[in-house]
Design a protein. Structure first.
Lengths: 248, 432
């Protein structure tokens, strides 16, 4: 079998949203996919799963510390050495408990670095070395307005959004497309506690399909599901004196 | 603590839920959890086999990875939390499907093994466990037991149909079945009497892989129904869109009741009778018609419902079926989902597997306290007098001695129980 020519790189390859997005992308076409993540064993099991599901595609994986600047530099150089990948999806992040982060500055710092600074550096590193292709990153509706239940996570996601805006400005008119995906709460392991608390969560298959479409259409910012654009417009329009009395 | 309830919605109880994120950490999480625990999946069992009040539930739904698949032999290895839906969707286009599937695809592989589920092709393919080549069982003392028909066969026979009580199944190897694609050539046939059903079953078994029938349990003794039979078929149709309805609220009283049921059943009968001819159907609507309506179990109202599924050995099957229908109409209790099916002769592998050669009859009843309990007591005596038994995966109320009488290998089975595992069902029927 020949190696498929389309090339996809996923940072945060064990992310459930990333796995489902790959399944959607590759349902009707084949690609060569490189998964980058933190845990060797979890990457291996995700890779085995994808091989079974998508027998026409080729997979490889690599475990590194996603916050290590030298590693980011080395891996992005390797992945762009023979030309830019067609799609890079940056999907890592962690939703730590806000209360834990408030109790410990170390935990707060971890939250900001893992979910905000690290994806921003991956964006920077890939953007600088890609003349063509699509660079997609997972943000969050939580980045649109700070609220007490998850503002450190939100701040990290908001950092990504400002970086994306700057990159979109910097590469306007070129063949490099930068896409920001902002999922609402989605049913994944990260939100299990919310599901148990009865929060209505979006189905990950639908979110994956929306992401695939946003990438295909080179959307600048895609809320998924789409209703979150309206919801967040309203949330952002609530005056602070009123907002701060709400239990959100 | 999290409130968890099973499909019958009879009650919700608080559990410590421990999610198993991957195979590597499962062993540690199982051996270090508060006891007793129980592996849990989609909670599609109707009664209390899948709950463990005030104890731990090891949630296996994140163990959803395929591990390996051989396109030539159809042998699939996967984690135990993989849904049957995903197996069917992934492999049906590649010429392979599950050899045995129950009436919902929204169950995990682990749950299908632990309840040794059956489907519309029992007469040719037996139960789910007959197609399990190997499984990995984690015990709460940290031991991992590899089992198959050759390797630790006793553990295999105890765990297939073992109601989750022998350990936590973390992965399994399944033999899929060659199919020409995702399509079924199906035919619905109207029958007007119980003997006619038995005659249709006999006549269809040689030529049709799948047979099942729906019986109208409002027509005073069950005189009519729809017999469905089908075979896999090669067809080049477009796969239907995956449309799903949902039952958005739980009504305060059951929508299935004495007033509505005749109308429901009449409408369903008319609809099916009008379409009763050969047609090519997608496997989803053929195998899993109710999966198209999410949360359909809510229609029985806030008090929930029971399913009563028995198997009666062949000799008395016809007489006992008629007697059960008579009891239902005497009690004025109808059932929307009256399902009749004959089982084949292949012996189930599991010590506690439900199917045996004969006829299985499944009935749904909304919960009406004493009235329902009294009807069940009368149905029990019919089942017991014929040497029949009830299906633990559906049960929430059978008396312990009925379980002991129905499952003669129980004495052997208890030696394989994991002392760190218990369920509401095991405490009700086995004392611990």
């Amino acid at each position: 079998m020949t190696t498929p020519t389309e090339r996809i790189v996923v940072v945060g390859g064990t992310s459930v949203i990333a796995q489902h997005t790959l399944r959607t992308w590759l349902e009707n076409r084949d690609a060569t996919v490189h998964l980058i993540g933190r845990s060797k064993s979890r990457l291996a099991s995700v890779e085995a799963d994808l091989r079974v599901r998508l027998p026409g595609s080729r997979f490889s994986h690599e475990a590194i510390d996603l916050c290590d600047i030298a590693a980011i530099k080395r891996v992005t150089e390797q992945q762009t050495a023979n030309g830019a990948p067609d799609i890079v999806l940056i999907a890592h992040g962690a939703l730590a408990s806000q209360t834990d982060s408030q109790k410990s500055l170390h935990a707060a710092s971890d939250q900001l670095i893992t979910t905000g600074v690290s994806p921003a550096l991956w964006l920077e590193a890939f953007a600088a070395r890609m003349a063509t292709g699509t660079l997609a990153v997972i943000g969050s509706v939580a980045g649109d307005r700070g609220r007490r239940s998850n503002y450190l996570y939100g701040a990290a996601k908001s950092l990504i959004e400002r970086v994306v805006q700057g990159l979109q400005h910097r590469y306007a008119g070129t063949d490099l497309h930068i896409v920001l995906i902002k999922p609402g709460p989605t049913r994944t392991p990260m939100t299990e506690h919310l599901a148990l608390a009865g929060v209505r969560l979006a189905d990950v298959h639908q979110v994956a399909e929306a992401i695939a479409q946003a990438v295909r259409k080179h959307r600048r910012v895609a809320y998924v599901p789409g209703r979150w654009r309206l919801i967040m417009t309203i949330v952002c329009a609530i005056p602070a004196p009123l907002f701060n009395r709400l239990d959100l | 603590m999290t409130a968890v309830g099973s499909w019958g919605r009879l009650r919700r109880a608080e559990h410590f839920v421990v999610s198993l994120p991957d195979r590597e950490s499962a062993g540690y999480l199982i051996s270090s959890a508060r006891r007793p625990g129980l592996a849990a999946g989609m909670q599609r069992s109707y009664g209390d086999v899948s709950t463990n009040e005030a104890g731990t539930l090891w949630d296996c739904r994140r163990l959803d990875k395929f591990i390996a698949f051989d396109e030539h032999s159809g042998v699939l290895t996967c984690e135990s939390g993989v849904l049957l839906r995903d197996i069917q969707a992934t492999f049906s286009r590649r010429g392979w499907m599950l050899a045995v599937t129950p009436g919902t695809a929204m169950v995990t592989v682990g749950g299908a093994i632990a309840n040794d589920v059956h489907g519309k092709n029992h007469q040719t393919q037996a139960t789910f466990g007959n197609h399990v080549l190997h499984l990995t069982l984690l015990r709460t003392d940290g031991e991992a037991i590899q089992c198959s028909l050759r390797e630790n066969p006793d553990w295999f026979h105890a765990t297939v149909g073992g109601l989750g009580l022998t350990g936590v199944i973390v992965s399994a190897t399944l033999q899929l079945k060659r199919v020409p694609g995702p399509w079924i050539q199906a035919e619905d046939i109207v029958f007007e009497s119980i003997p006619e059903f038995f005659e249709l079953s006999r006549a269809s078994e040689a030529e049709y892989e799948y047979t099942v029938s729906w019986i109208d349990v409002t027509t005073d003794g069950g005189r009519r129904g729809i017999f469905t039979r089908g075979n896999p078929v090669a067809a080049s149709k477009r796969e239907p869109e995956h449309r799903r309805l949902s039952f958005p609220i739980t009504p305060p009283v059951s929508l299935v009741n004495r007033l509505t049921l005749p109308a429901f059943n009449h409408a369903y009968f008319r609809l099916k009778a009008a379409q009763a001819r050969k047609h090519i159907e997608h496997y989803r609507s053929f195998f899993y018609p109710l999966d198209a309506v999410r949360d359909w179990n809510r229609m029985y109202g806030s008090k929930g419902f029971y399913q009563y599924q028995s198997v009666i050995p062949r000799r008395d099957a016809q007489e006992a079926t008629r007697a059960m229908l008579t009891e239902c109409s005497r009690a004025g209790a109808g059932s929307f989902l009256g399902v009749l099916k004959t089982f084949g002769d292949v012996r189930s592998l599991g010590m506690l597997s439900f199917p045996e050669p004969g006829t299985t009859f499944a009935l749904d009843f909304p919960q009406h306290g004493q009235h329902t309990a009294a009807l069940f007591a009368r149905l029990d005596s019919i089942v017991r007098s014929c040497g029949g038994r009830l299906y633990p995966a559906k049960d929430a109320r059978m008396p312990p001695d009925m379980f002991q009488d129905g499952y003669p290998r129980l004495e052997q089975f208890v030696n394989f129980r994991d002392p760190g595992i218990s369920s509401d069902l095991s405490r009700r029927l086995l004392g611990t």
